[in-house]
Design a protein around this ligand. Structure first.
Ligand code: URA
Length: 209
């Protein structure tokens, strides 16, 4: 069963408070999401494997550590996931970036993919799928399906705010996917917003309201 990790680092929690605040304007909201994404990237990469290499310092030869293992891929779910990409790339600049776009079928209300572009070496990468909000989990589950259909075998899901419904949906559909969040909120309301949440992440990132 996939695990859920809540990043309770004080800087992440402090910045998340201002992301939640309805008085925070678009510019500051975007900057804070970017900063929190960087901090979360630091935490999510904690277990990356290392190997020893030889390096010559100005003083002597040394055995030193360098990243080993698989290369990384970042995949934002359009559109709000885009707000987290640059923050992650600050720490992992060599990662490739894919994109998944989904829309909601007006009849079935199910998410349907309309755009998927991934790095060509999908099987060889560890993916971090990102979306600021994990609400019903419908989009996240479908985005993971999209990645797996194309050969992805290693996927982590990272978001700012989740609620129990979304976490349960991923756990049930994709028990191999670990979930990394900054906060686990109380519930979904009747309009599909996370409570207390932060409102519509896409609208707040891009000032479309
Ligand atoms: N998507 C958002 O942007 N906010 C929510 O609260 C739920 C889904």
């Amino acid at each position: 069963m996939g695990k859920v990790y809540v990043f309770d680092h004080p800087l992440i929690q402090h910045k998340l408070t201002f992301i939640r605040d309805k008085e925070t304007g678009t510019k500051e909201f975007r900057e804070l999401v970017d900063e929190v994404a960087t901090l979360m990237a630091f935490e999510i990469t904690r277990d990356l494997p290392l190997e020893d290499i030889d390096v010559e310092t100005p003083v002597s030869n040394a055995k030193a550590k360098t990243l080993a293992g698989k290369k990384l891929g970042i995949v934002p779910i359009l559109r709000a996931g885009l707000g987290m990409v640059d923050g992650i790339l600050k720490l992992i600049p060599a990662a490739k970036v894919g994109h998944v776009g989904l829309y909601r079928d007006p009849e079935t209300l199910k998410p349907i993919e309309y755009y998927v572009k991934l790095p060509s070496d999908v099987e060889e990468r560890d993916f971090i799928l990102v979306d600021p909000m994990l609400a019903t989990g419908g989009s996240a589950v479908e985005a993971i399906n999209s990645l797996k259909k194309r050969g992805a075998v290693s996927i982590k899901f990272m978001c700012l705010v989740a609620c129990p419904e979304g976490v349960d949906a991923i756990k049930e559909a994709h028990p191999d996917v670990d979930i990394f969040i900054a906060a686990l909120d109380e519930k979904l309301n009747e309009k599909g917003y996370i409570v207390p949440g932060l409102g519509d992440a896409g609208d707040r990132l891009y000032g479309t309201k």
